[in-house]
Design a protein around this ligand. Structure first.
Ligand SMILES: *Cc1c(COP(=O)(O)O)cnc(C)c1O
Length: 433
C-alpha cells in the first residue's frame, strides 16, 4: 500500500512507521520532523552484506555512503552492523571519528579535497583515500611523506558507462567532474605515476556510475571495464590492483512508478561476471567494495509537516502549505524528484484530491511536489512525505533562517532524538555585531 514496507496504518487511521504512530511523534517532537526507522536501516545493511557473503564468499565490504544521511547515531549503527563508511568531507570524516568509527573501514571521497582534509585523513590513517585527479595525487604524496606514512589509495575511474538516469546524477561518462578517464589514457598515466611514488600505495580502483539506477546491466558492464583495466595494469606494469570499489547508486521506490531490483541481485550478477573474467584474464579475484547510500537510508525515512493553509485556485491548482519545504527537502527544487505524500491523521481515507505541496520559503519554486494525490487536507493536519531518509536532512539548509528540524529514530515502536531541532540561538551562533 505504501512505497516503503515499514509504513502502515493503525486502528486510529493514523500512519505508522516502524510501529510508531506518526501523529503522536508529531505531537511529541513538533514539526517539521524527520523520522527514521532504525530497524529498516539495519535490515538494508544486512541484506547488502549478505549478498557479498552469499555470492562472493564474503570477500568484500559494504560501505554506507554517509552523504545520504550523516549524524553520529547512523555512524554508530553502521559500526554495529560491521559495515564501512564512505565520507566526502572533513565534516563527515569528523562525525565518523567522533564516535570511534574503525578507520580501516573508512573510504574518503571527493573531487577536490583540501589539504586540510587530506591531512586529517592521513593523520587518522583512513583506510582508503579515493584519489580523484593528478593534482590530488601529488599533494597527497607530499602530505604522506611529511607524516612519514604510505597512504592507501584507490583511483576514481570514469568507466564511460551510461546509467540511464537523471543527467545531474550521471557521473560515469567522460564529461564529468569526477575521476580519471579511461579512453584517453589519463587513468593509465595516473596509475604509472602512483606506482612510482614513494608514499602512495595503490590498492584499488573505484567507479560510481550514477544514482537511482534500476538496471543491473550498467553495474555489470562497469565491473567488466574495471576488471579489464586491472588486467591491463598487471600485464603492462606488473602491479597487482587488489581491490575494486563499484560505488553505489542502487535505485529505490519513491513512487509507484519506480520498480527497484532486489538488492542482492546486483552482487549476484556482478559476482558471476567478475569471477568469469578474472579466470579468463588470469588475475586474482579482487576484494569488492560497494557503497549504497540512498538505498540504505531513503526508504527508512519520512518527513512530517503541519498544514498551515490550503489555497484553492479555481481551475488551476490547490496549494497545500506546510511548515517546511526546500530548506529541509530541496530535491524537487533541484531535480523535480517525485515523492508520495499521505495525510498522516487520515491515512486510511482515500486520496481524492490532487495538490501541490508548497513550502514556506520565499521562492515560488519551493515545492515538495506538483500533481500529488492526497487525502483532503485542512489546516492542522499532519502531512507525511515518504522515502525522505536520504538526501533530505543531509541537503538541508537554513535558507530564510529557518531552523533545521530534529531527526528522530524509531525502533520497534520506541523513539529517540538523534539530532536535536535547531534553536533560534543556533541561528545566530556565529554572527558578530
Ligand atoms: C553518492 C555516492 C554514493 C552513494 O550513492 P547512492 O545513490 O546514494 O547509493 C556512493 N559512492 C560515491 C562515490 C558517491 O559519490
Amino acid at each position: 500500500m505504501f512505497v516503503s514496507k515499514n509504513l502502515s496504518v493503525n486502528e486510529k487511521g493514523n500512519l505508522t512507521i516502524g510501529g510508531a504512530d506518526t501523529v503522536d511523534l508529531a505531537k511529541k517532537y513538533g514539526t517539521p520532523l524527520y523520522v527514521m526507522d532504525e530497524e529498516l536501516i539495519r535490515e538494508h545493511c544486512r541484506s547488502f552484506k549478505q549478498s557479498i557473503d552469499k555470492y562472493y564468499n564474503g570477500n568484500g565490504l559494504v560501505c554506507y555512503a554517509s552523504k545520504a544521511f550523516c549524524c553520529k547515531a547512523i555512524c554508530k549503527a553502521m559500526m554495529d552492523e560491521g559495515i564501512g563508511l564512505d565520507v566526502v568531507s572533513e565534516g563527515e570524516l569528523y562525525t565518523a571519528l567522533s564516535v570511534g568509527f574503525p578507520v580501516e573501514k573508512i573510504c574518503f571521497h571527493g573531487n577536490n579535497k583540501t589539504d586540510d582534509e587530506l591531512l586529517l585523513a592521513v593523520e587518522n590513517n583512513v583506510g582508503r583515500i579515493i584519489v580523484d585527479n593528478i593534482f590530488e595525487l601529488e599533494r597527497l604524496n607530499d602530505i604522506a611523506e611529511e607524516k612519514g606514512i604510505k597512504a592507501n589509495i584507490m583511483f576514481r575511474i570514469k568507466p564511460g558507462v551510461d546509467a540511464h538516469t537523471h543527467d545531474f546524477v550521471k557521473t560515469g561518462q567522460i564529461d564529468s567532474k569526477f575521476g580519471f578517464a579511461l579512453e584517453t589514457g589519463e587513468a593509465f598515466e595516473a596509475v604509472k605515476k602512483a606506482v612510482s611514488l614513494k608514499n602512495i600505495n595503490l590498492v584499488g580502483l573505484h567507479c560510481h556510475i550514477g544514482s537511482q539506477i534500476f538496471d543491473i546491466d550498467p553495474f555489470v558492464l562497469a565491473a567488466e571495464i574495471m576488471i579489464n583495466f586491472i588486467a591491463d595494469i598487471k600485464s603492462k606494469l606488473g602491479h597487482e590492483v587488489k581491490e575494486l570499489n563499484l560505488g553505489g547508486g542502487f535505485g529505490i521506490k519513491y513512487t509507484e512508478d519506480d520498480s527497484p531490483v532486489a538488492y542482492d541481485k546486483y552482487m549476484e550478477n556482478v559476482s558471476v561476471r567478475v569471477k568469469e573474467l578474472c579466470a579468463e584474464k588470469n588475475i586474482e579475484l579482487p576484494f569488492i567494495l560497494i557503497e549504497p547510500g540512498r538505498s540504505i537510508a531513503a526508504p527508512a525515512g519520512i518527513t512530517l509537516y503541519t498544514v498551515g493553509g490550503v489555497k484553492h485556485i479555481p481551475n488551476i491548482r490547490t496549494y497545500v502549505s506546510i511548515d517546511g519545504g526546500m530548506c529541509d527537502n530541496p530535491r524537487y527544487a533541484l531535480y523535480k524528484s517525485k515523492y508520495e505524500a499521505v495525510v498522516a491523521n487520515k491515512a486510511s481515507q482515500p486520496k481524492n484530491t490532487t495538490v501541490t505541496i508548497a513550502g514556506k520559503c520565499c521562492e515560488s519554486g519551493d515545492l515538495i511536489g506538483e500533481g500529488m494525490q492526497l487525502q483532503e487536507a485542512v489546516p492542522g493536519d499532519i502531512v507525511a512525505v515518504l522515502a525522505t531518509g536520504a538526501y533530505n536532512y543531509s541537503m538541508s539548509s537554513n535558507y530564510n533562517r529557518l531552523r533545521k528540524p530534529a531527526v528522530v529514530f524509531v525502533n520497534k515502536g520506541n523513539s529517540r532524538v538523534v539530532v536535536k531541532r535547531e534553536t533560534l540561538d543556533d541561528i545566530i551562533r556565529n554572527d558578530e555585531e
